[in-house]
Design a protein. Structure first.
Length: 255
C-alpha cells in the first residue's frame, strides 16, 4: 500500500501531509467515491474539510498519499475465496480524480500485471483464512489502495468484457459452502433485481431444489450445473427430498 494513515487527530494528519505532500482523504466506511477528496500540500481548504469530516463521521478516516498514476486508471480486481476471478480498469473522468463508476469513472478491459498477481498471491491466503469469500481490491500503479468486502462492484463489467461469470462462481460457492448466503443486486432500468443463493444442505439441496423446479434438463448448458451433474454421477449421488426419491442423476451422453 502507499503510505496510509487512519486517524481523526489533526496534528497527526498535518504531520502526514507535511511528509507526503498531496494526499487523498476519504471516509473509512465509504463507497462509490463519495466524500473522497484530493488535498494539496498547501491546500487552504484542509481546515474546512477537517471540520466537515469531524462532524460528519464518528469513526477515523483514511488519509493516503496521492498517486498521480490514478489518471491511467484504478484497477478493480475481484477475488473469490482468495483466488483472482477477474479484473477491470476504471479510468477517471478528465475533470475528476476519482475513478469509481458511480462518480463518472469509465470501465475498460484490462490484463492483470505481474505485480498485481504478486499482490493477489500475497493477499489471497489471508482473505481465505478470514472467511472473506468475495472481495474486490483496488490497485493504482504498483500499489494496492483498498480492500473492499461489502458488495464490491465490477462483476458485470468483467463478464461484459469477456471475463469469468463471477456470479456463477459465487453461486457455486454457495452450493459448496452450506450455510453461506450470497445476495446479488442488479440495477436494470432503474429497478433493483435481487437474487439470493442459499443452500443449507449444500449440493444435495441445490439439486433437490433445481429438480423440483424442473431446472435441470438433460442437456443443460450451464457449465456450473454440468460440473455438478458430473460430480454427482461420479459419486452415484441420489437426490432425495423429504422421504421420497426424486431422481438419480446420470451424466448426459450429449451436452
Amino acid at each position: 500500500m502507499p503510505p496510509t494513515l487512519i486517524s481523526r487527530d489533526r496534528a497527526a494528519i498535518e504531520a502526514f501531509r507535511k511528509e507526503h505532500g498531496d494526499v487523498v482523504m476519504k471516509p473509512l466506511y465509504g463507497n462509490g467515491g463519495a466524500a473522497v477528496f484530493k488535498v494539496g500540500a498547501k491546500d487552504p481548504n484542509f481546515g474546512s474539510l477537517f471540520d466537515l469530516f469531524s462532524v460528519t463521521f464518528r469513526e477515523p478516516w483514511v488519509i493516503q498519499r496521492f498517486l498521480p498514476k490514478v489518471s491511467d486508471g484504478d484497477k478493480r480486481i475481484i477475488l473469490v475465496d482468495g483466488k483472482v476471478a477477474g479484473a477491470i480498469n476504471r479510468v477517471p473522468a478528465e475533470s475528476d480524480h476519482r475513478s469509481n463508476m458511480h462518480a463518472g469513472g469509465k470501465a475498460v478491459p484490462t490484463e492483470i500485471t505481474k505485480r498485481e498477481h504478486e499482490i493477489c498471491e500475497a493477499l489471497g491466503p489471508e482473505l481465505k483464512k478470514r472467511g472473506l469469500i468475495f472481495t474486490g481490491i483496488d490497485v493504482i500503479g504498483d500499489y494496492m489502495t483498498e480492500i473492499n468486502i461489502t458488495s464490491p462492484t465490477g462483476i458485470h463489467e468483467v463478464r461484459r468484457f469477456g471475463g469469468a461469470d463471477i456470479a456463477a462462481l459465487l453461486r457455486a460457492k454457495a452450493m459448496l459452502l452450506p450455510g453461506v448466503k450470497f445476495t446479488l443486486n442488479v440495477e436494470k432500468g432503474g429497478k433493483l433485481e435481487t437474487t439470493t443463493w442459499h443452500f443449507p444442505q449444500g449440493v444435495k439441496g441445490y439439486f433437490a431444489d433445481a429438480i423440483a423446479a424442473a431446472a435441470l434438463p438433460r442437456h443443460h448448458r450451464d457449465p456450473i450445473d454440468r460440473l455438478l451433474i458430473a460430480q454427482a454421477a461420479a459419486r452415484d449421488l441420489t437426490i432425495v427430498t423429504g422421504d421420497r426419491q426424486i431422481a438419480r442423476y446420470a451424466v448426459p451422453t450429449v451436452w
